[in-house]
Design a binder for this molecule. Sequence first.
Ligand code: C2E
Ligand code: MG
Ligand code: MG
Ligand code: MG
Length: 280
Amino acid sequence: VKASGKDNILTYQDIEDGSHYLQALEMERDLRYALRHDEFELYYQPIVSPKPFQVRGVEALIRWNHPQKGFVSPGIFIPVAEQLGLISDVGRWVLVRAITEIQDYAERFDLFLSVNVSKRQILDGSFLEALEETLATTSFPPHRLHVEITESEVGGNVYELQQFIQALKTIGVKISLDDFGVGTSSLSYLQSLRLDIIKIDQNFVKGIPENKFDRALLEGLYQTFHTLGLDIVTEGVERPEQLAFVLEYSGSLIQGYHYSKPIPMEQLHHYLRKTVITQI
Ligand code: C2E
Ligand code: MG
Ligand code: MG
Ligand code: MG
């Protein structure tokens, strides 16, 4: 293959290591375009305390409406954005947009706002930079902001992570450990991180209430985290039987389809108004 122009180089690489490379390049171009042309949107998923029912907060979840490919899941493009070094720009956009959209509601309905942060944003300092800037230019109270760190990412870089958490604590922002149980971190390591909230991954909830082993496991987790003084969010609660189990064994907050899927801002507006009026 003669690599005389850009296209030829691509063809060459394509032979070398499959279509992967082409797709990544294509996505890089598209992600950069998306950032500049407002193709991202935030959905929000309510996080509730079940009894008495109250919406306590919302998690911001990014959505990409690709002009040709349609909806692209964050599970697919976030890891690519991380690899390409675009996550810091995406992350800044998420933070600014979420705070801007939610701040009035947070005040009016007494809510927290949870945002996801990826390892790279922690290590390159871009998240803290964006955070300080955003808090300085808005009146959003830091204590209403929760930063979600994923367990599978916290391993390694222990020192950097501890510094990051310390900085958040100084600002007054809360730290939430996302997807607990997916990673391999030991409990004692996690405890050393001085977390505020632990989010139990939806995999622990799938087999509830049918599976005896899953029931014992989840109950054990609740006991452990209570003992450690952590607030708990149980993710992925879909069915009434699952809700009943969580109610019986914990004071956990709940995030799951049982209450609501992630929804666009306009629907969240209606959800909050409706739930405050009817107190379902
Ligand atoms: P996550 O932070 O653990 O978010 C929860 C995911 O679980 C969301 O998927 C949500 O739609 C889904 N979920 C919530 N309740 C249920 C349920 O009852 N059943 C089931 N089956 N699923 C439920 P989503 O929105 O597709 O996001 C996937 C992941 O992408 C997120 O997982 C997070 O790791 C990442 N992500 C999303 N937005 C951002 C962002 O702004 N920044 C970063 N760095 N990552 C993000
Ligand atoms: Mg999350
Ligand atoms: Mg999660
Ligand atoms: Mg997850």
